[in-house]
Ligand binder design. Structure first.
Ligand code: NAD
Length: 476
């Protein structure tokens, strides 16, 4: 038997770390080196059921906790997560390949979101008069939280913060690609000392562990972050027992560069939007809509800026783009680069294969295509890698129409020197969020998608309300 530094074979069930009983072992591969650095045993359906049953036992008492008690729990979670920030950082870099600046952001956010949730909770009115009745916002019940691999710690923590604030016991199912990150987060949660069963964590595959949790009659609410095809499966499975569903799904975000934009400011922001998290971001702004008259200038600036981006060792602070998470993701990006060339887009920088000097690791070349039409695959499908499409448009109206011509609508970006004009354009965009002259998210404002990018909202007050249900009490 091989020995590894990192070996994970436990779930967190009913307040304790217990061995999972699944048969499948998965290697943990450092995507920057392709070396196997650890191994994890995946949970199975039995483990999933035990986790749900523990949450069901915990729910009645947890649902009756006071605001002050839950604020104290959130504060303990915030502090514990902060204590583990360095381990979250290390796991995010080694298991996922997140560049250090990004991994540090995730590690900080995993703590910060509990503080944010406590603040939201402190001022929330759980009882309000409506008509002649009293409406009580009650916890929805046992909640399943599904996390993707591209922001494991952040997604686990952010969903959990809202669920705890609302008074919902949880079962968390991280991706099978992130057992190490999930384990570190589980340790931090464990050390916060919540009542047994309030947070249960089982890492396993979607099709068995995920499906078991997602269809279990004892689960009332599903909060899922992942791809649109999986989100559809989850929603279909939820309907039999009428589970409440929040879905944060695929994106294919447009960045609109208006003709008055200051390119010195806008181009770095647009590239930041396109290549954040090595391009493995649901909110990546991967369609850049540029006034035709300015396209040549924009393309030249992008060509030199992208050629100068550092791709490589995610531990190096100068690195902007780390490896793709896996060989499959590397191949997916290669496929779309070939598709862009085959369908007639103009390759202006990047292309197939690894960057020069990197002969191992799942590194891809940051790639930009010009002359892209919105019906090409690279403009329609989420690539989930550092591949940007530049689409020329002839007017502001056309930019809006092209931006909206997508099955998705998660986030859009508008770059303009005229704030009023940018807001007018934002009003016409079909997206859950529009960021104007910025790429940083507002973590207290509602976040989610329209169209096939999802259902419902996370973060802040709306994030907590996704775990609450209004109950009307009318007396004679
Ligand atoms: P995915 O859909 O393959 O998996 C997401 C999670 O769902 C994983 O934990 C997976 O194991 C689980 N799962 C799979 N099948 C399941 C089933 N039948 N029942 C229950 N759970 C199941 O997504 P991924 O490849 O892990 O992540 C990348 C995708 O996530 C991209 O499409 C990206 O846009 C999306 N994403 C969206 C947001 C957002 O906020 N909108 C954020 C991050 C990632």
């Amino acid at each position: 038997m091989r020995t590894f530094d990192k070996r994970f074979d436990q779930g967190h069930i009913d307040g304790a770390f217990v061995p999972v009983t699944g048969e499948e072992l998965v290697d943990i591969v450092d995507p920057a080196t392709e070396e196997v650095v650890g191994q994890a045993r995946l949970a199975n359906r039995d483990d999933a059921r035990r986790a749900v049953e523990a949450a069901m036992r915990a729910q009645p008492a947890f649902g009756r906790t006071t605001v002050a008690e839950r604020m104290a729990m959130l504060e303990r979670l915030r502090a514990s997560m902060l204590t583990h920030a360095d381990e979250i950082l290390e796991a995010t870099i080694t298991e996922y390949g997140g560049p250090v600046a990004r991994a540090q952001w995730v590690a900080n956010y995993a703590s910060q979101c509990f503080g944010d949730a406590a603040r939201v909770l402190s001022t929330y009115a759980f009882e309000r008069p409506f008509g002649g009745s009293t409406v009580v916002m009650a916890p929805v019940g046992v909640s399943a939280l599904f996390a993707p691999w591209n922001s494991t710690a952040g997604t686990m923590a952010s969903k959990l913060a809202s669920a705890i604030a609302a008074g919902c016991a949880t079962v968390i199912k991280p991706s099978e690609l992130s057992p190490w990150q999930a384990h570190v987060v589980a340790r931090a949660i464990h050390e916060a000392g919540l009542p047994p069963g309030v947070v249960n964590i089982v890492t396993g595959r979607g099709l068995d562990v995920g499906a078991e949790i997602g269809t279990h009659p004892g689960v009332t609410k599903l909060s899922f972050t992942g791809s649109t095809p999986t989100g559809k499966l989850i929603a279909r499975g939820a309907v039999d027992t009428m589970k409440r569903v929040s879905l944060a799904l695929t994106g294919k975000s447009a960045s609109l560069l208006l003709n008055d934009a200051d390119l010195d400011a806008a181009i770095p922001l647009a590239l930041g939007a396109a290549f954040m998290n090595s391009g493995q971001a649901c909110v990546a702004g991967t369609r850049l809509l540029v006034p035709r008259a300015r396209t040549a200038e924009v393309v030249e600036r992008i060509r030199s800026a992208v050629a100068a981006l550092r791709v490589g060792d995610p531990r190096d602070p100068a690195t902007t783009i780390g490896p793709m998470v896996s060989r499959a993701q590397f191949e997916r990006v290669q496929h779309f680069i070939r598709r862009g060339i085959d369908q007639g887009a103009t390759l202006i920088v990047g292309g197939e294969g690894r960057p020069d000097g990197l002969d191992r690791g799942w590194f891809v070349r940051p790639t930009v295509f010009a002359d892209v039409r919105n019906d090409m695959d690279i403009a329609r499908e989420e690539i989930f890698g550092p591949v940007l499409s530049v689409l020329p448009v002839d007017s502001e109206d056309e930019a809006i129409a092209v931006a909206n011509d997508s099955p998705y609508g998660l986030q859009a970006y508008v770059f303009s020197a005229d704030a009023e004009r940018a807001r007018r354009v934002a009003a016409h965009l079909q997206a859950g969020t529009v960021l104007i002259n910025r790429v940083a998210p507002d973590l207290l404002a509602p976040f989610g998608g329209v169209k096939q990018s999802g259902l419902g909202r996370e973060f802040g007050v709306t994030g907590m309300e996704a775990f609450l249900e209004p109950k009307t009490i009318s007396a004679a």
